[in-house]
Structure formats: C-alpha cells, structure tokens
Ligand binder design. Structure first.
Ligand SMILES: Cc1cc2nc3c(=O)[nH]c(=O)nc-3n(C[C@H](O)[C@H](O)[C@H](O)COP(=O)(O)O)c2cc1C
Length: 214
C-alpha cells in the first residue's frame, strides 16, 4: 500500500527529527537534474528553531559535488527494518557519477514539495533542505542545511506532530567501518528535574520562547 505523506507545519519539524541523530539516506540532484542517493551515519539535527541539519560527506563524492553545485538536499530517514537497511547499504556503494542509486536499490523517488531532489517513498520521514553553509575539512565536506519543508507518513505522527516510535523505528549507525550493522533505540521515558534553583525558571522561560507552540 502506498503511504500517504503528511506535510508537517514548521512548528513540528524539530520534533519530527527525533532523536537528534539518525542514520539517513540523502538525495541530491546534479546540475543536469540526475538523482543521486547516498547513505550517511553522520547526519545530525544541529539547531532546533529554525531547524538545521548537518552531515559530512567525502570530498569528491557525488553528494558533496551536487550539494556544492545545486545547494539542495533531502534527508530521508529509514526505518530499522531489514529491507530498508539493506537498500540503504546498496545506496552506499560507490556507483559512478550519474547513476541513480535509488533504482539500483529498488527504492522509489517521490517528488519533493519544495526542492528538486526527490524524497524516498519507502522511508517514513523527509527533510527538504537548502544549504546554509559548507566547509571543507579533513578531506570531508561539512554541510549544514536549513529545513524548508518536512513530511511524514500519515500513520507515523500523532495529532501534536510527535513521532510514533513503533512506526518510525529510527535506525542508527553502529560504529565504523560502514557495514551491515545498525542499532535502534526508541524507548521513551518522561523524567523529573530534581533541582529547585532559580536556573529552572530561567531554563523554562527560554524553552518556552524557543518552542512557542509547545
Ligand atoms: C551505513 C553507512 C553509513 C555511511 N555514512 C557516511 C557518512 O556519514 N559520510 C560519508 O561521507 N559517507 C558515508 N557512507 C558512505 C557513502 O554512502 C558512500 O561513500 C557513497 O558511495 C557516497 O555516494 P555518492 O558518491 O553518490 O555521494 C556511509 C555508508 C554506509 C553504508
């Protein structure tokens, strides 16, 4: 069954990318519009509001070149499930420039809502990004992108835009080298704050200002 994608309002983009770091497949297009996809264990949400996402790519990779040339990318978060993660491993192979890794991996390109690179239909969460800045460093290109749209499978969030953990099942990279091992952790626990000093009120005032919509 084809999942129904729900575009999320901006106020919920931050809670959609939870936890802060997830294993991701990043899609880009080259200057001629050819789709590229690659796997990333270094993908992290680095700012809450507005939401920014960062990752590092090898200098010389198709992703690094496309991001530099077109200034757009889409972060697609797969589920912790065998078929998706095996496809993500295929996508991470060193295909020649211009090869569409989504086709090689049997994944489906779904047009994005704002940017040119496509979303990946089979993965439940998508963050459409425009490049804010890049920095070449230690043979890597550090990329920071501003999220300009986010969408999710309709059955993967509740009415407040919070992810349903059992459905999104975020996956995490499990340690070098890049291989066939992933880890998932999605137990949730509400915890108290065993401290009563003045910093507590200051903290909540700041949080409230940042997350105006709760
Ligand atoms: C699980 C996994 C995680 C990966 N994480 C990264 C990463 O964070 N940064 C990176 O540069 N390459 C990473 N790779 C390798 C790239 O996906 C791989 O080099 C890919 O061929 C780059 O494709 P491209 O040339 O189309 O951009 C990872 C691969 C796998 C399988």
């Amino acid at each position: 069954m084809t999942p129904k994608k729900l575009s999320q309002p901006r106020k919920w983009w931050d809670r959609l990318f939870a936890p802060s770091s997830c294993f991701a497949v990043i899609t880009t297009v080259d200057v001629d519009g050819h789709t590229n996809a690659a796997s990333y264990g270094t993908c992290t949400r680095v700012k809450h509001e507005p939401v920014y996402i960062a990752f590092t790519a090898n200098v010389g990779s198709d992703t690094a070149r496309n991001v530099t040339d077109t200034a757009e990318f889409v972060v697609n978060l797969p589920r912790f499930e065998r078929v998706s993660l095996e496809a993500a491993r295929v996508v991470g192979l060193p295909f020649a420039p211009g090869v569409n890794e989504l086709e090689k991996a049997g994944l489906t390109a779904l047009p994005s809502t704002v940017v040119k690179p496509p979303r990946i239909l089979e993965f439940p969460r998508h963050f459409e990004c425009r490049v804010e800045w890049t920095k070449a460093w230690a043979e890597r290109l550090m990329v920071v992108g501003k999220v300009v749209a986010a969408s999710v499978d309709a059955d993967c969030v509740d009415a407040q835009g919070r992810v349903v953990w059992e459905r999104v099942r975020p996956a995490h990279y499990c340690g070098a080298p890049y291989g066939g091992m992933f880890v998932a952790a999605y137990d949730t626990m509400a915890v108290g704050l065993p401290y009563q000093g003045p910093e507590v009120a200051e903290f909540f005032a700041r949080e409230q200002a940042m997350f105006k919509d709760g």
